[in-house]
Design a protein around this ligand. Sequence first.
Ligand SMILES: Cc1cc2nc3c(=O)[nH]c(=O)nc-3n(C[C@H](O)[C@H](O)[C@H](O)COP(=O)(O)OP(=O)(O)OC[C@H]3O[C@@H](n4cnc5c(N)ncnc54)[C@H](O)[C@@H]3O)c2cc1C
Length: 440
Amino acid sequence: MEKILKVYGAGLAGCEAAWQAANRGVKVELYEMKPQKFTPAHHSEGFAELVCSNSLRSDSTTNAVGLLKEELRNLGSLIMEAADATRVPAGSALAVDREKFSAYVTEKIKTHPNISVISEEVTEVDDAVTVIATGPLTSDGFAEYIQRELVGEGLHFFDAAAPIVDADSINMDVAFFASRYDKGDADYINCPMTREQYDAFWEALVGAEEAELKEFDRQQQKKLKVFEGCMPVEVMAKRGHDTLLFGPLKPVGLVDKRVGKESYAVVQLRKENKEGTMYNLVGFQTHLTFPEQRRVFRMIPGLENAEFLRYGIMHRNTYINSPGKLDATYRLASRPNIYFAGQMTGVEGYIESAGSGFVAGLNAARQLLGEQETVFPRKTMLGAMAAYVSEGGSGAFVPMNANFGIIEPLPERVKGGKIAKYEKLSARALEEIALIKETL
Ligand SMILES: Cc1cc2nc3c(=O)[nH]c(=O)nc-3n(C[C@H](O)[C@H](O)[C@H](O)COP(=O)(O)OP(=O)(O)OC[C@H]3O[C@@H](n4cnc5c(N)ncnc54)[C@H](O)[C@@H]3O)c2cc1C
C-alpha cells in the first residue's frame, strides 16, 4: 500500500516537514487553506509567508539561532536553501526578500513529484500519519477541534510571557538566593532595590514605549480576559506608585543575609530550566517593545548586564502545553499517528518553526517507512528545542526561541568569556549533526 503523509499548513514548518518526507520517498498531501481563507496576519497566496519581519535573525554560529540555521543547512533544509538563495544584505543577520523567498519555497513544493497540494481548510484529522503545522493563527474551528479531540485543556490561545535572562549574566554581588520567609529551598534569585532605585525604575516603567497592539490581538485579549490573570507589569505599575510593592515586587520575607534586613522592593527571578542556566522575571509579562525591555529591566539592580534570552511578549498564539504531551520527535503521545510542528508546539520564531518541521517531517516519514525514530541529542540546537518542548522547564510552559540556555551545558567552564563558550557549544553541536547525517 502506498505510504501517504498528510501535512496540514504550508507555512515554514509544514513546507519543511513535507519536503523532508517527500525527499525520503513518501507521498505527501499538503493541505493549505489559502487562498480560500486567510489568517488575520497572512495576506499572500504563496507558501512559507513571513508574516512580520523579513529578518531570520543572526547568521553567526556564536548565536543560537545562527547555529540552528547551520544545523539545518547541513541537513538539507528547504527553508534554509530558500533563505540563502533569496537573501538581501543585512550585516550579520540573514534577511530575505520575502516575496522571492515565498515564491522559491512554493515552486519547490509544487513541482516535487511526491507532493500534492490540496487547497482547503482542515477541520479534523483521521487515522493517516499526519503533521499538524497550522501555526500560531490556526483557524478557529480547527483550533477548537485540536483542543477538544487531541490535547484537551492543554491548548493556549494567547501568549503572555515574562522575559528570560541568562543566569551567567546576573550580577550575584548584588542579587542573592532566598525563598520568601526561608521556606523550602532558596530557589529564587532576588534583586533588591532601595527606595531611590525603585522610584527611578517605576518612573522609567510607566513612561516606557509599548509595542503596537494588533487589532486581532486586542480582540483576542478581550475575548479571553487574559488581563485579569496576567496583567502586563507596566499596566500594573500605572495603577499607582506602590501597586508593584504589593504585587511582583513585594519585599516581605526576603532578607539578604549579607545586610540582614528586607529591602524596599525585590524583583524575584525563578529558574526556567532544571540546569538553572535560565531565569525568568516573575510577574514581568509585558507588552513593552524589546529595546525598552532591555533599557528598563536593566535598571533592576543585579541585571545591569543581563542578557535577554527571550523578551516578554503578549500576542495571539495558539500553542500546546507540550511537555508530557509531545515527545522529542514532536509526536503526540496519546495518538502516535499525529505529529505537531511549528509555533503550535511551543517553539517561537521562523527558523525554530522550520526546525521543528524538519524533525517532525523526518520522523513521520520514518514511521511510515518502518524505520527507527531519530531523536536529536540535546547537544544540538534541534535536539535542545525538542527536549524543551517535550519536557518543559521548571515553571509554566512558555514558547521559546533557540538559545544557548536550553542546550546541554559543556562539562567544564570555558575560559575566554561568552563568545568562546558559544564557539565551543556550536562546534560540538555541528559535530553531532555530522554524525546524525550519516544515519539518515
Ligand atoms: C503576527 C505575528 C508576527 C510574527 N513575527 C515574527 C517575526 O517577525 N519573526 C519571527 O521569527 N517569528 C515571528 N512570528 C512567530 C512565528 O515564527 C511565525 O508565526 C512562523 O510563521 C510560524 O511558523 P508555522 O509554520 O508554525 O506557522 P505559519 O507560518 O503561520 O503557517 C501556518 C499555515 O497554516 C495555514 N492554516 C491555518 N489554519 C489552517 C487550517 N485549518 N487548514 C489549513 N491550513 C491552515 C495558514 O494559512 C498558514 O499558511 C510571528 C507570529 C505572528 C502571529
